[in-house]
Design a binder for this molecule. Structure first.
Ligand code: SF4
Length: 651
């Protein structure tokens, strides 16, 4: 039997594949040749769903920590313990004494909303805000455009130029990379703006290397040059934007010398980029790494402003492409109205997790529940988070593997692999397709499906979580699109793309309060920055080198590094290698005030940065031991890239 499914990893592409099953065993998964987006190829991370299904290290039995050691218990015991703890803490300390943290380790809809609804029925709990991934940029685009919508990949064939601004699709979005290379063959000029010489930069026609974190200055410099060269259409700006005059006056007030100093780029580079933006259409693809700085939100807002002022919004072959959030607006993500049960709620910023736990003396967090996430690997300044996590009375992690988070937990509950679970999935990042994933093989225990676990607990503690088959829940979620002929049966058999247009904002009407592009935003004002500005108060770091932790090609965060042996690789430039008298394969200590890790040297870097790929586990020496837990200006994004370190040879 063959089953059509979509990759559930937290990725732009949402590839579909065909899983072949023989005698209740998945024997192969193959990229879907017929899918309009997947086009018969996937990356190695997606192909590993099958390896992970049958991995020898998979957890199959719940584990309870007793006197510091894990003991196997049955799923029924796990349900009872989980229910008892929930009942005890909610009755003694209120429902906000329960904290939940999740990410998109599995991006399926039910894996996420089933928990959200469960906690609503419980009365409302403590959850996170901000984030580790894209929060500053998302908030920036909400302020400017009222949301984040992207152009179709096919539309790149209409571009004269493509700017990959801090984006590395060669590692993170293979279908975008293919579309960019097709655009290049079609005559488009490809430019990568990145302090790191990524694979994408190597394939581009031009690689511009600004100093890390100077993207705000770079965008302002290009806008200033547009002004200076009298290239702005003021009639267009007046008609379609809100408070442009104040913004333009502000841009005029900035000295170009500051811009050259901040970016480290020459006047010729700015002139070149002005020409690129003027000779539109120019498609800008904004990366998530470039918003992981303290000025990340304002940087994205300034790039948005540049795209708008150069008339690269709402036209074919252009766009300020950051994400593509269609489906949360189209589906009913709370079909049984669980929200009305939520009487209390409390939120903490992700970057402040450890301080938040410590500070809650009057209303303490007593129980933490983690699913689809590995925060004790991914949080910045991670050792501080470990201390906070283990200080919580009772911690529970749902995972397929003994991750760093699971290892620190009191109760570990094995969960199903994507192939063992029925679900619905869409991406808010790029691909505009909606997919239904059938369950293709049974998990070892039905309670490994978190939806079933939640139902079992709900019955025990007497809350109203709907006791219905998951398929009925999914049908209720997609009910609003039934009027467009989209039923579950239809989804099972066809490819559904509900994006209204391959070119968003064609009418230049935006989802902002003013319906215009907002240079001045009340939403942004709540963060303290009503208008995007250049942030000049860059502090002098205590350590000499900036550490960046980009995404690798073969793993999404820590998910595919489980079997990796050894220590991380630290990439340094020749200049740094000479300064420190280091060579390839040397083992070094990378350190700052937060801690230290061992790493192996690769002399392959760029002068302004040192980088170590993200995703390493504690056993390897996790670079998040070193990372900054500060936050971006808007959106509450963890500013990982404000990390400074020193390197020395291991003695
Ligand atoms: S490109 Fe993304 S969606 Fe496609 S297989 Fe890889 S991780 Fe999954």
């Amino acid at each position: 039997m063959e089953f059509k499914r979509a990759c559930t990893l937290d990725c732009f592409d949402l590839c579909t594949y065909v899983a072949k099953v023989d005698e209740n065993k998945v024997v192969s998964i193959k990229p879907d040749k017929n899918h309009p987006y997947t086009k018969g190829f996937m990356c190695s991370k997606g192909m590993k769903h099958l390896d992970r299904l049958y991995d020898k290290n998979r957890l199959k039995t719940p584990l309870l920590k007793v006197d510091g050691k894990f003991e196997e218990i049955s799923f029924e015991e796990a349900v009872n313990i989980f229910a008892d703890k929930i009942t005890k803490y909610t009755s003694q300390y209120g429902s906000t004494s329960i904290l939940r943290y999740s990410e998109s380790g599995d991006s399926s809809v039910m894996k996420s909303i089933a928990w959200e609804h469960f906690f609503n029925y419980l009365g409302g709990i403590t959850t996170s805000k901000g984030g580790t991934c894209w929060a500053a940029g998302m908030e920036a685009q909400k302020c400017d455009f009222g949301g984040a919508l992207g152009h179709s990949l096919e539309d790149l064939l209409n571009s004269n130029a493509v700017i990959l601004w801090g984006r590395n699709p060669a590692n993170t979005s293979v279908h975008l990379m293919k579309a960019v290379l097709d655009a290049q063959k079609n005559g488009a000029t490809i430019i990568t703006i990145d302090p790191i010489s990524t694979e994408t930069a190597k394939k581009s026609d031009y690689h511009i290397k600004p100093k890390p974190g100077s993207d705000d200055a770079l965008a302002i410099g290009i806008i200033k040059k547009l002004l200076f060269k009298d290239k702005l259409d003021y009639q267009y700006i007046d008609k379609y934007s809100h408070k442009a005059t104040e913004f333009i006056d502000y841009i005029k007030s900035i000295d170009m010398k500051i811009i050259y100093d901040r970016t480290g780029l020459s006047e010729e580079t700015f002139d070149f980029l002005v020409d690129i933006y003027i000779n539109s259409p120019c498609a800008t693809y904004i990366g998530y790494g470039m918003q992981k700085y303290n000025n990340g939100g304002n940087s994205v807002r300034l790039i948005d402003a540049l795209c708008f002022l150069s008339k690269n919004i709402g036209v074919e072959g252009a766009g300020a492409n950051y994400a593509n959030r269609i489906y949360p607006l189209l589906l009913n993500l709370d079909p049984f109205k669980s929200e009305k049960y939520k009487k209390n709620e409390r939120e903490f910023f992700v970057n402040e997790f450890a301080d938040f736990i410590k500070a809650q003396v009057e209303e303490p967090v007593k129980m933490a529940i983690i699913s689809t996430a590995n925060p004790m690997s991914q949080f910045a300044d991670v050792l501080k988070s470990h201390q906070a996590f283990i200080s919580i009375d009772f911690t529970v992690t749902f995972d397929m593997f003994m991750t760093d988070t699971a290892n620190l937990s009191d109760l570990v509950i094995p969960c199903s692999n994507t192939l063992e679970t029925e679900d619905l999935i869409y991406s808010s990042m790029n691909s505009p397709y909606l997919n239904y994933n059938p369950k293709v093989v049974e998990p070892d225990n039905i309670l490994m499906d978190e939806f079933e676990f939640i139902k079992a607990v709900s019955k025990l503690i007497g809350i109203d979580f709907p006791d219905i088959p998951k398929e009925d829940y999914i049908k209720a979620v997609i009910e609003p699109v039934k009027s467009q002929g989209i039923t579950l049966e239809y989804l099972k058999n066809d490819y559904i793309n509900l994006q209204a247009s391959s070119v968003p904002y064609k009418d230049l009407i935006f989802q902002t309060p003013s319906t215009k592009y907002e240079f001045y935003s009340e939403r942004a004002k709540a963060w303290g920055y009503p208008m995007a500005i250049l942030q000049c108060d860059m502090k002098l770091p205590k350590y000499p080198y900036r550490l960046i932790t980009p995404h690798r090609k073969d793993s999404l965060f820590s998910q595919h590094l489980f079997d990796y042996e050894g220590i991380p690789v630290v990439y340094i430039s020749e200049k740094i290698a000479n300064e420190k008298e280091l060579k390839n394969e040397d083992v070094v200590i990378v350190r700052n005030d937060k801690g230290s890790i061992e790493a192996k040297v690769r002399v392959q870097g760029d002068d302004e940065v040192v980088y170590i790929y993200t995703g390493y586990h504690q056993k390897h020496g996790n670079p998040n031991i070193l990372t900054s837990s500060e936050s971006s200006d808007i959106g509450g994004q963890v500013s990982y890239h404000e990390t400074f370190i020193d390197i020395e040879m291991k003695k």
